[in-house]
Each structure stands twice: as structure tokens, then as C-alpha cells.
Design a protein around this ligand. Structure first.
Ligand code: SAM
Ligand code: DTB
Ligand code: SF4
Length: 347
């Protein structure tokens, strides 16, 4: 039996999620004739999710820029001249006001991001207040704060945090070309601390930085071989930033390669929500529609991500309406209730 058929057999057997993939198996899926790959991806999608529904999350940068890490793709690293102004940690009341606007615009999850290597304990307590208050709005909460100690993860869990976002970013082989100030193992340790504290994981990476197809697949293998799959897997297409090292190496995947990667992720992590994350503003409606057909079932909504552009909410609502996809977005078939104004208290 060839590798793709073997993978298919395992995947459609008892439906159990696998976490012992290798790059050869991933490549065999990725290289299938397009129609065969899409069929497998759609079967995996339909077996685990409503294929006509998208999750809608919104992002807020609660502490921007001045980051000591040297991630070569990022506008917020203090190592590069990107023209970004660093800010202090936002006030809880301003964060809650932004979360309320995001909810009213149709987001069901609110992700708060801070440009830290690791949070100071005092700052972590402020973030715990934000998590608690945003949960009071009835939204799912996610934070991304850099590396965590086990105790910090427990504090976030106690505050009611639903998801911790911490990406592996790329393949083990390409990693050192992009980041030198923290190791892949550091990231895997933080993911384990969050998991051990009972927090769900949001973990994915970036493509289009100049990596090879094998690196993109190596990233998927890394993700799919985690002890348990992240519940959310964001696939970010690099959003161009002037002044960072990746500017010199970047090469976006062609559209078909993008769809193939999403489909491969869907098959390998069949029960995870796959987010078509940064970079959607470069994509045509048709490419996004193909990514949704390939199994992507989450997007960020809102005109900005952290420091870069995202498609306008109206454009997203129009696209989802034309595709008959339900979501929290107005114009979709299912709308979230307006916020009640109750429960969301900052200390
Ligand atoms: N500082 C925290 C950390 O890195 O863990 C959290 C924020 S960081 C901006 C979260 C993730 O966003 C990164 O791991 C990376 O995968 C993604 N990201 C950052 N800049 C990006 C860009 N220009 N384009 C696409 N994705 C990006
Ligand atoms: C993730 O994987 N993508 C989001 C979220 N996690 C924090 C961040 C995207 C950032 C895009 C670049 C920017 O706006 O600065
Ligand atoms: Fe800092 Fe996160 Fe940007 Fe890396 S990706 S430079 S850790 S904000």
C-alpha cells in the first residue's frame, strides 16, 4: 500500500487522532492529486465539524512593541527598525471596551497579545483581571504573552483562561534561521505548562518567510506530533513588515500550495480548528473559499490584527454570506446576541 493510502486507512479507521506522523507521510498527502486531497480533507472536516460554519476570533495588542526577542518576521521586536511605537500595558477597562466592540461585531473569541519574552508576575495579574472581565462578556478568552512558568499557567487557568496561543512558528530545521533568542524546546515547554494547567492550546505557525515546502510540512508534523493536538491551529501567511530580516527572504506560497497545506493540516489534525490567520488581506475571495473547502474553519475578524491589516469586516461578512457560511458575523445566518453590559468588571 502506498503511504497516502496507508494514511487514509489509519485516518478513516477508528477515527482516532494520530500523533506519530513523519514528513514523508505528510508529503504523500500534500502531493495527492488535488481532487483526492480535497476529498480526504473534506471527509475529515465533515466527520468532525459543521463544514458550513466558521469560528470568528478578534485580536487586541494589549502591549505593543519593544520586545526583547529577535523573531525575524515581527514588527514588534526591539532588534529591528520597523517604525513601530512601543506602548505600555493597556488598562483593563480599555481592553474590556475593545472586547465588547469585537463581540458586537461578531467575534466569539477575544485574543489578547503582549510583546513580551515572558510576563512579569505583576503584569500577569493585570492580564488575569482582563481575562476574568472579558469572560464576563460571555466570550472565549485567549492570551499570548510569550513563555510561561508552570505557576503562571496555573494563575491564568484560575482566572478562567480558555486558550493560550504560543506558536511553533516553523519547522525545526528552519527555526534557527528565524529566531535565536528562544529555542523551539522553550516553546514546547510553555505549551506543556499551559496544557498541564488545563488550558486549551492555540498553536500553529507562519508560512511565506522563505521556507521550503518541506519546512511547511515539517511544521505540520511538529504540531501533529505534540502529545495532544492543539485545539486551535493558526496558519499565518507572513504579513509584510518593512525593516525585519524576513523581508529579504520572504516568498509567499502560490495559491494552490496554500490550499494544499490547509488541506494537509485538516487531515493530520482532524479534530482541531484550523484558522486561516494572518495574511487573508492578500487573498482573493476565491482563494479563501478554497481554503474553507480544504477545512479551514476559523478566521480573525476586525480591520487590524496586532500591527498589520486584516480584511474589513464588511468584506468578510459579504464573502461568508455568499458562501452560505454561518458565523458570529452580521450577514451570516447566525448572529451573537448583543452584549448585556453585565458581568464584565475590572478590579
Ligand atoms: N510575543 C508573543 C509570542 O511571540 O509568543 C505573542 C505575540 S506574537 C505576535 C504571536 C504570533 O504571531 C507569532 O508567534 C507569529 O506566529 C505570529 N506573527 C507575528 N508577526 C507576524 C507577521 N508579520 N505575519 C504573520 N504572523 C505573524
Ligand atoms: C497567531 O498565530 N496569529 C496572531 C495571533 N496568533 C496572536 C497574530 C498575527 C500577527 C500578524 C502580524 C501583526 O499584526 O503584527
Ligand atoms: Fe516578541 Fe512575539 Fe514578536 Fe517574537 S513574535 S518579537 S516574541 S512579539
Amino acid at each position: 500500500m502506498n503511504v497516502a493510502a496507508e494514511v487514509k486507512r489509519k485516518e478513516t479507521g477508528d477515527g482516532a487522532v494520530r500523533n506519530h506522523w513523519n514528513v514523508e507521510e505528510a508529503k504523500a498527502l500534500y502531493d495527492l492529486p488535488f481532487a483526492d486531497l480535497m476529498l480526504q480533507a473534506q471527509l475529515a472536516h465533515r466527520n468532525n465539524f459543521d463544514p458550513n460554519h466558521l469560528e470568528t476570533a478578534s485580536l487586541l495588542s494589549i502591549k505593543t512593541g519593544g520586545c526583547p526577542e529577535d523573531c525575524g518576521y515581527c514588527s514588534q521586536s526591539a532588534h529591528y527598525e520597523t517604525g513601530l511605537k512601543a506602548t505600555r500595558l493597556m488598562d483593563c477597562t480599555d481592553v474590556v471596551a475593545a472586547a465588547r466592540r469585537a463581540k458586537d461585531a461578531g467575534a466569539t473569541r477575544f485574543c489578547m497579545a503582549a510583546a513580551w519574552r515572558t510576563p512579569k508576575d505583576r503584569d500577569l495579574e493585570s492580564v488575569c483581571d482582563m481575562v476574568n472581565a472579558v469572560k464576563g462578556l460571555g466570550m472565549e478568552t485567549c492570551v499570548t504573552l510569550g513563555m510561561l512558568t508552570p505557576n503562571q499557567a496555573v494563575r491564568l487557568a484560575e482566572a478562567g483562561l480558555d486558550f493560550y496561543n504560543h506558536n511553533v512558528d516553523t519547522s525545526p530545521e528552519f527555526y534557527s534561521k528565524i529566531i535565536t533568542t528562544r529555542s523551539l524546546q522553550d516553546r514546547i515547554d510553555t505549551l506543556a505548562h499551559a496544557r498541564d494547567a488545563g488550558i486549551k492550546l492555540c498553536c500553529g505557525g507562519i508560512i511565506g518567510m522563505g521556507e521550503h515546502v518541506e519546512d511547511r510540512l515539517g511544521m505540520l508534523v511538529l504540531l501533529a506530533n505534540l502529545p495532544s493536538h492543539a485545539e486551535s491551529v493558526p496558519i499565518n501567511l507572513w504579513n509584510k513588515i518593512e525593516g525585519v530580516p524576513v523581508e529579504d527572504t520572504a516568498e509567499p506560497p502560490d495559491s494552490i500550495a496554500m490550499v494544499r497545506l490547509v488541506a494537509t493540516a485538516r487531515i493530520m489534525m482532524s479534530r482541531s480548528v484550523v484558522r486561516l490567520s494572518a495574511g487573508r488581506h492578500y487573498m482573493s475571495d476565491e482563494l479563501q473559499a478554497l481554503c474553507f473547502l480544504a477545512g479551514a474553519n476559523s478566521i480573525f475578524i476586525g480591520d487590524v490584527l496586532l500591527t498589520t491589516k486584516n480584511p474589513k469586516v464588511d468584506r468578510d461578512a459579504d464573502l461568508l454570506a455568499r458562501l452560505g457560511i454561518t458565523s458570529g458575523l452580521a450577514g451570516g445566518k447566525q448572529c451573537v446576541a448583543p452584549t448585556s453590559g453585565q458581568g464584565e468588571k475590572c478590579k
